[in-house]
Design a protein around this ligand. Structure first.
Ligand code: G6P
Length: 367
């Protein structure tokens, strides 16, 4: 029952802990042992063969999920993908290349700007419209040609958690489905599908760090600012981590692609500024390590989230938090978990209203 907090003090924590189960529910019936089942897009899954371009439009946390998908779609399918907040998209003249898929992301399916963007898109020359949404009876689902439900169940905490990771799961399914029509080998598809199958267990493993993250949260309670850094598909996760911290703990937080450090944010770094860095286990590892040194040299207080094989560990000014070692494609999803836990525990230490942060609404149905 979604309205029952069970053993948890807040809905947000209950929803964080539901993630292994709801990610399984999102994958259910959409993948076999080795393939994505394109029937999950309904009778008109033919669009997968025709699509040459993708426009993703969303707001808030859903927008961050869309930003991750851009990395996946361009990497796996080799198709151009652009991502935009709905409040900007709806008020400009948009150029729509031939055979472009219009993809909206929304937990509620009732966000005013996202609905307005969809209505505008339907007047333009798109191939079709697809909504990745959590509420089957929503306006967005009703008005879109195609739907992929995220199956996260009712989300009550205003700060979105399980809706985000299930959106990412649904986007991974969609990215692989598009990639299969664009030259992805059967062998690679199988590897990706098997990675998806391991996702609930990986998320569960990431949740095991809860006790450790609760301890480091104490150090954030009297901070006024925080900086989140990531590179590649981990940059949108840094944005999402900073949004969570702002939303429920009211600490001003910003996120930057780590390569932009020298172009401004480095000027803010001193011993009072916690810097949360997401370290992926890929070709960017060495570059991120050198970004870390730049920050450490200026006395910045570093919080590093990485898997053990990155060889990073606790040092003076560096607090290391372990994230499970997973397939690269899953890293953005798995790295989301400790950041959700961090913002939750900081908010609890600060005594804010975790589930109903001031001035914010679960669903923004007016402009
Ligand atoms: C509000 C919520 C956010 C959410 C955003 C978009 O700002 O507080 O958690 O990400 O709206 O909502 P949607 O329902 O369209 O995903």
């Amino acid at each position: 029952d979604a309205t029952d907090k069970g053993e948890f003090r807040h809905y947000m924590m209950k929803e964080i802990y539901e993630q292994p189960n709801v990610i399984s529910a999102c994958l259910e019936g959409r993948i076999s042992d080795s393939k994505v089942l394109t029937s999950c897009f309904g009778a008109e899954s033919d669009f997968l063969k025709k699509v040459e371009n993708i426009h993703i439009v969303a707001c808030g946390t859903s927008y961050h999920a869309g930003m991750v998908a851009k990395y996946w779609i361009e990497e796996l399918a080799g198709l151009p993908c652009s991502v935009e907040v709905a409040s900007e998209y709806r008020y400009r003249k948009v150029a729509v290349p031939k055979n472009t898929l219009f993809l909206t992301l929304s937990q509620s399916g009732e966000t005013a700007d996202t609905l307005a963007a969809l209505r505008m898109a339907k007047e333009l020359n798109y191939l079709t419209t697809l909504a990745i949404c959590n509420v089957p009876s929503s306006t967005l689902v009703r008005e879109s040609a195609l739907t992929l439900l995220t199956n996260a169940g009712a989300e009550i905490g205003v700060a979105s958690t399980k809706a985000f990771t299930t959106q990412l799961t649904a986007l991974l399914i969609t990215s692989v489905a598009i990639a299969v029509e664009n030259g992805l080998s059967a062998e690679k598809e199988k590897t990706l599908v098997q990675a998806m199958r391991s996702l609930p267990a990986c998320v569960n493993e990431a949740l095991q760090q809860d006790g450790h993250i609760k301890q480091i949260a104490d150090k954030f309670a009297n901070k006024h600012n925080a900086l989140f850094l990531g590179r590649g598909a981990m940059f949108p996760i840094a944005l999402e981590g900073s949004l969570k911290l702002k939303e429920i703990s009211y600490i001003h937080a910003e996120a930057y692609p780590a390569g932009e450090l020298k172009h401004g944010p480095l000027a803010l770094v001193d011993e009072d500024m916690p810097i949360i860095t997401l370290v992926p286990h890929n070709g960017m590892l060495d570059k991120i390590k050198s970004n870390l040194q730049e920050v450490a040299a200026r006395g910045g207080e570093l919080y590093v989230f990485a898997d053990r094989e990155t060889d990073l560990h606790n040092e003076e000014n560096i607090t290391f938090s372990e994230v499970p070692k997973v397939e690269a494609i899953l890293e953005p999803i798995v790295h989301t978990i400790p950041l959700q836990l961090l913002s939750y525990h900081v908010a609890v230490v600060k005594g804010t209203d975790v589930d109903q942060p001031r001035n914010l609404a679960k669903s923004v149905t007016v402009e």
